[in-house]
Each structure stands twice: as C-alpha cells, then as structure tokens.
Design a protein around this ligand. Structure first.
Ligand code: NAP
Length: 472
C-alpha cells in the first residue's frame, strides 16, 4: 500500500476472497481475549494483528499485577495460548499514532478493536502534589514491574531514605503498593522484579506505611482476599484503629447487603487488637481522612488531611478537623484514566472512548469498523477476567456487523508488518517475543531466580536482534 493510503474501492457486491482482517490495538488481557474471541468462532473467517506499543505482550498482567502475586501473573500462560493461534499475529513495538496513524492503520485492515487500556494516573488537584517525594501509584508500579517507560531516576530519588510512607486511596492498587513497600528483600527475591528494583527496595529503610481512605471502611474499594493478605507479610504488622470501624446506619446496611464489604469489615475488626512490634513495619490502615495538601518545601514531609464523616449516601463530608500525617514519601493511588489516541474520540470526564456495546461512537453514531474493549471501553475497573466478558461483548458486536453484511473484507489489504518495516519501525513478532522471554529466564538464572524482567526497551530489542543473528 502506498503512503497516501489510497485503498482500492470497497466492492460490496463481491467481497474479496480473504478473511476479515482485524487489528487489535493493545496486547493486554482485553486485547488478547478479543483476539481469542475472534479466532474461536466459525461464522466469519478472520485474521488478527495484535499490536502493542511495547515489544512485549500482556499489558497490565506484566506491568500492573504486583510481582509478588505470582499466581495471578501465571495467567500469562493462558494468555500465551491465544498468541500462539495461527490466526493471530503479535506485532509488538508499534506505537499506533506515532509509527502509523489511525487512518493509515485502518487502510490496512477491515476493522480495528482498541484495547489500549488506561495508563495515566489521576490527580488530586491539591497543593504540593508535584513535590519531589510524591509519586503516582502508576509511577511506582511501572518502576517495580520494569516497564520500559518508567521514570527510574524520579522514583528512585523519591524512595531514597524513606522511613515513612503515606498511600492515598483504598483500592487494590493501594494495597499492592503498601505491600511491596512493606515486604522484606527475602520475600521479593523470588519475584521477577528487575534487579535494580530489588536492590533499591532492599536499601529503603521503611518503618511505617499508612494507607488512607477518604471515606469509611464500608466504602473501601479493595477486595477481601487482597486485604487479608496484608496480615501475612513476614515483617509487617497491620494496625487498624477501632474508632475507624464505628459505622453509621447507612454503612451498616451496606455491610449487610454487600458480601465483600461485610467480609472486609470482619477482617479489619480482627486486626484492632494488633499493637506495633519493634523491628517490624507498621502497616496502618486509616479511614475518614481526605488529603487537603502535601507539606514540604524541597520535598514532601507529610500530608495534611481533613477528618471526614460519610453521609447517608456514603459521600465524604469534611468535618473541618485537620491532622498532619508525617511522611517522606506520598503515593497517590486514586485510580487510572485513559489517554486519547490521536484521531479517536474520548470522553474527557470518564477517560473512556464513547461506545455502544463496544462499537465506537463518533458524534453519537456507531463508526463502522471501529470497536473498543477493556479499560478504555468501560473505565479502570474489575479484575483481569472481567475483560473476557467485556471483549466477548465487543467481538459479538463486530461479528454481528459482519453477519449483517455491513462489515466485509473490502479490497486487497497491504501487509501491515511490511508497511511498518518500510516506515523504519522494528515490529516484534511472536518468535521475537519468545527470544525476549528466553533472555529474561536466562537473566534470572544468573541469580538463581526463575525470571528477571528486563526493563530497558533497548535490552529487549537487543535480545530480539541477538536471536535473529543466531538464526534463532
Ligand atoms: P479503585 O479500585 O478505583 O480505587 C481508587 C481509590 O482511590 C478509592 O479508594 C477511591 O476512593 C480513592 N480516591 C479516588 N479519588 C480520590 C481523591 N480525590 N482523594 C482520595 N481518595 C480518592 O482503583 P485502583 O486501586 O487503581 O484499581 C483499579 C482496578 O484494578 C480496580 O478494579 C481494582 O480492583 C483492580 N485491581 C485488582 C487487583 C487484584 O485483583 N489483586 C490488583 C490491583 C488492581 P472513593 O471510593 O472514595 O472514590
């Protein structure tokens, strides 16, 4: 296909004799589940290009799920099976919007499913938020999972010498961050964290981690399994103030109606008799405190919080009572938001792409051949498996459009990978990813670990080039 992208005119009467070509943009769980749903059906012959900005697949399974959760990370094995389907071509290291525009991509395929997630952090919009020593959970998570774009210098400067950390937000990501900061080097060694992450965390003398919720324990977003895990850390003691567990009638009702809430409260109540133990990290969970401003001149020294109460609808109301929580590190873990992809509509408020059952809406109307799945479709919620159902709904919409004859293979389509190579991009295909995988396992073996994540894009690409030079 030429650079001006002039595609042959679609011929509705006699679609060409080839499968429907679908590009899936984002090889995280939503993208991989979408690819699997497309290939595991017989109604419409398809061929899928599964694109990712990174040279590696798996999205948040690789760069989101905490490395000390190996069982959850093992879902990679299941996801890998979908990558190995001959109808799916993994094409990593391709930044849609940079290496190829959306319009150009669309000229190489019949349909696109956007599944590129929600990778930006949300801000609190309060004073001092950008001081050194203040990090977004997304920064810290990217760093400890070895994301190539992590800002290593900033995160490591923020962690230097930290004794006391405050984590804002009471979702599962906040618990991940609190747990990773509270773990011993021995607990982290078996993970696949990059070596420099292990070294920096081992040198960080954390004594106290305080997780704060702006509402009560009945409104916390974390799930019981993740909460319970905090009490199993080798050298940390979970501390909960009984006064924070006194509930208003609305919260009592919520605890009865919602099993997760009821279980969370039972777990928290079981911890109210814990006392600090010398030499162990104090992992405090505090509720009814909303951040007002971050304190400090050259770097963070603490957070000023306002005590809150919840109203009958579970909303936080300020009481005017202020309190200072000293901290050398503050991590805001208040959710993710989606980035607009140039050329794709985005609802600024929710950070999602407007859609109806997964069909992208432009000016309120479905845009033929454009679909969306995962966090960029529904917002940053749910567990990995939630994306399976979500992706299936989107693929059902795509297949319905194909069955209705509105979405058809339209004309010969130039090969996307050849086009990317011609543009100077360096697409990473499945065998290349296998070379990276093997290099990470080999790197881990040098320190007796099962795997060490390689965090530099150049190192990942060097593993690909080395394998190609060896003839694999
Ligand atoms: P989340 O579950 O939406 O939690 C965000 C937290 O931030 C909530 O406690 C929220 O409180 C708080 N918050 C938001 N704005 C705030 C503000 N201005 N001031 C103070 N607090 C504020 O988000 P997440 O933790 O990033 O997790 C994202 C998704 O990934 C979730 O579905 C989560 O379950 C999932 N996840 C799952 C696992 C796992 O299964 N192990 C691990 C990690 C993530 P309000 O409720 O008051 O707004």
């Amino acid at each position: 296909m030429s650079d001006d992208g002039a595609s042959p005119s679609p011929s509705a009467e006699s679609p060409p004799d080839r499968p429907l070509r679908v590009a899936v943009v984002g090889a995280g769980p939503a993208g991989i589940y979408a690819a699997a749903a497309l290939t595991r059906q017989d109604a419409v012959p398809v061929a899928v290009d599964l694109l990712d900005r990174l040279p590696t697949p798996f999205g948040l399974v690789r760069h989101g799920i905490a490395p000390d959760h190996p069982k959850m990370r093992a879902i990679r094995d299941t996801l890998h099976r979908a990558l190995e389907d001959p109808l799916v071509r993994f094409v990593g290291n391709v930044d849609v919007g940079v290496d190829i525009s959306l319009a150009e991509l669309r000229r190489h395929v019949d349909a696109v499913i956007y599944t590129y997630g929600a990778s930006l952090d949300r801000h609190l919009g309060i004073e001092g938020e950008d001081l050194p020593g203040s990090l977004a959970a997304t920064d810290l998570v990217a760093w400890y999972t070895g994301h190539p774009d992590a800002d290593r210098a900033r995160v490591e400067a923020a962690l230097a010498g930290v004794r006391s950390a405050v984590v804002i937000g009471v979702g599962n990501v906040a618990l991940d961050v609190a747990r990773v900061l509270s773990r011993t080097p021995e607990e982290l060694e078996p993970t696949d964290m990059p070596q420099h992450v292990l070294d920096v965390l081992a040198a960080t003398p954390v004594e106290e981690v305080t997780v704060i919720g702006r509402r009560g324990p009945a409104q916390a977003a974390f799930t019981t399994q993740e909460l319970r895990e905090l009490d199993g850390l080798a050298q940390a003691t979970v501390l909960v103030d009984a006064a924070d567990l006194e509930l208003d009638p609305g919260s009592e009702e919520r605890a009865t109606a919602d099993r997760n809430v009821g279980r969370n409260l039972a777990v928290l109540r079981g911890w109210t008799d814990h006392s600090p133990v010398p030499g162990r990290v104090r992992l405090r969970l505090r509720f009814f405190r909303r951040p007002v401003r971050f304190l400090g001149e050259e770097r963070v020294t603490g957070v000023e919080v306002e005590r809150t109460a919840v109203d009958g609808d579970g909303r936080a109301m300020g009481t005017g009572e202020l309190e200072v929580l000293p901290a050398d590190l503050v991590v805001r873990s208040v959710g993710y938001r989606g980035i607009p992809l140039p050329g794709l509509p985005v609802d600024e408020r929710s950070g999602t792409v407007p859609n109806e059952d997964g069909r992208v809406l432009r000016d309120g109307r479905p845009s033929l051949g454009e679909y969306v799945a995962g966090w960029i479709k529904r917002g940053p919620s749910g567990v990995v498996g939630t994306n399976k159902h979500d992706a299936r709904e989107t693929v059902a919409a795509l297949l319905a459009d194909a069955a209705a004859g509105v979405l058809t293979p339209s004309g010969p389509v130039g090969d996307l990978v050849a086009e990317l190579v011609a543009r100077g991009a360096e697409p990473v295909l499945l065998d290349d990813w296998r070379a990276i995988d093997a290099a990470e396992v080999a790197l881990g073996a040098t320190r007796g670990r099962a795997r060490t994540t390689m965090h530099e894009r150049e190192a990942l690409l060097a593993a690909v080039r080395a394998a190609a030079a060896r003839g694999r």
